[in-house]
Structures are given as C-alpha cells and as structure tokens.
Design a protein around this ligand. Structure first.
Ligand SMILES: NC(=O)c1ccc[n+]([C@@H]2O[C@H](COP(=O)([O-])OP(=O)(O)OC[C@H]3O[C@@H](n4cnc5c(N)ncnc54)[C@H](OP(=O)(O)O)[C@@H]3O)[C@@H](O)[C@H]2O)c1
Length: 233
C-alpha cells in the first residue's frame, strides 16, 4: 500500500501498548491522525510521535466521558473519518463469583459501551469517508465457542458483549457502506498482556493492520484473529 492511504484516522487508548503501536504505524500513512488518550500532558511517547509526524494530533479522550466524546465529534465538525480504531480497554477484576460488581460495571463501560458510544458519535464522519472503517480491538476471550478455560467472567463478558453490539452496528450500517471489524490482537506483551505473552506489539499490529488495510464491506461484522483467520463466536 502507498503512503497516506488514509485520510483522517481516530485511535483510542493511543498512549501505550497496542494503541501506541497502531499510532506509530498509522502516522506516516494518514493525512491526519487523532491519537486519543486520557492524559495528553503525560503521553510522552505520543508527544515524541507528534513532534516527528505532522499528521499526529494528541486529543484528550476518556472513552467513558460523554463530554470528551462530544468534544471530539465537535472538533471534527463533519470531517470524514476513514478509520475509527476503538482500542482502549481494561481487564478489570479477576477471580470467581462473588464478583466485584462495581468493577464489572466499569469494565462494561470501557470495553463495551464506550466503543459503541464513540462509533455512534462519529458514525456520520465515518460514513462520509472513502474507507468507512470502524475497527474494534476485541479479544478471543469474548468467544463463547472458544471458551474451554472458564474464568475471566468480567473481561470475557465485556468482549462478548462488544462483539454482539458491533455485529448489530455492522448490520445497521451496511446500507451506508460502513465496514465494522472485530479484531483479536493475540496474547500481546503490553501492560495488560504481561511479559509472558506470546507476541510483541509489532507482530500483533502488523497482523491487525493488514486486515484493516484490505478490509471490504464483505468483512463487516466478522471476528478475526490477528493472523487473518476467523474466530468462532
Ligand atoms: N495485550 C493483550 O494480550 C490483549 C489481548 C486481547 C485483547 N486486548 C485488547 O487490546 C486493547 C489494548 O490493550 P493493551 O494490551 O494495549 O493494554 P494496555 O497496555 O493496558 O493499554 C490500554 C490502553 O487503554 C487505555 N484506556 C483504558 N481505559 C480508558 C478510558 N476510560 N479512556 C481512554 N483510554 C483508556 C489506556 O490508557 P491509560 O494509559 O490512560 O490507562 C491505554 O492506552 C484492549 O482493548 C484489550 O482488551 C489485549
């Protein structure tokens, strides 16, 4: 693919981990990259990226904040968005029932409700673009068919629900030519994945980005592993 294959791109949770690697990879390929994070003043890696790439703008976005989401949509002011990348996520409370219900609610808010809220707020921008892509970083832990190991009630339920709402969004936006993707990054060496994870962020993002780069409307509502294979629901 040529340089600058994307116009405007929005990445959530862009200050570290998988989101930061996506920002690094997309910066030279995007005309305008809105790298969203909760604490722009403390996002040192993003500040370095922005100083090396004119395309990068750092935007404050707590994905659970309606005010932040409204401000992002207002700043875009109808500008087409080729790619919305819903990446921000948390793991939340571990263990078996009885569960920490306040913690569970927070995980559902960040991992499930926020991606749909952001997508809803930017839907007209995405639908007005050339590429019309909404890519969601989900997890194989959200697969019910693949759940041989049990446990992880909170995280699994949040990603299974993310999959469910994004398949509905895929169906509901098909007539506007929007492509909604569900991408499992693998088990990745980040703060969330830990040092024993199987792959590095470069490998994970290379795989997911290749899926995004070649995505068509035929892929909308599909659940992909980072290597391009399909994951059972
Ligand atoms: N690593 C893995 O093995 C793995 C496997 C499957 C799926 N995933 C998914 O991949 C995505 C990225 O995970 P990661 O491994 O890169 O995790 P990470 O290193 O822990 O980074 C998480 C990112 O999400 C941001 N975030 C959390 N809550 C937020 C909020 N309320 N508003 C805005 N940003 C928020 C964090 O920002 P702060 O710095 O402000 O906290 C950070 O940028 C997540 O959706 C995760 O569920 C990861």
């Amino acid at each position: 693919m040529s340089e600058q294959q994307y116009g405007t791109v929005v990445v959530t949770g862009a200050n570290r981990g998988i989101g930061l690697e996506f920002a690094r990879r997309l910066a030279p390929e995007s005309r305008r990259l809105l790298a969203c994070c909760r604490q722009p003043d403390e996002a040192e890696a993003l500040l370095s990226l922005a100083s090396a790439n004119d395309s990068v703008e750092i935007v404050r976005l707590d994905v659970t904040s309606d005010a932040d989401i409204d401000a992002l949509a207002g700043a875009l002011d109808g500008e087409p968005v080729d790619l919305l990348l819903n990446n921000a996520g948390i793991y939340g409370p571990r263990g078996r029932p009885p569960l920490d219900h306040a913690g569970w609610h927070e995980v559902l808010s960040v991992n499930t409700m926020a991606p749909l809220r952001v997508a809803g707020a930017l839907l007209d921008n995405v639908a007005a673009s050339d590429r019309r892509l909404v890519a969601n970083v989900t997890s194989k832990m959200g697969s019910i068919g693949d759940n041989a190991g049990g446990g992880a009630y909170v995280y699994r339920s949040s990603k299974a629900a993310l999959n469910a709402v994004m398949v509905s969004l895929a169906r509901d936006t098909a007539d506007r030519g929007v492509t909604v993707l569900l991408l499992h990054p693998g088990w990745v060496q980040t703060d969330m994945g830990g040092p024993n994870a199987l792959i590095d962020v470069e490998t994970s993002v290379s795989g997911m980005k290749a899926i995004i780069d070649r995505a068509t409307t035929a892929d909308s509502g599909c659940y992909f592993d980072y290597d391009g294979s399909r994951i059972p629901w």
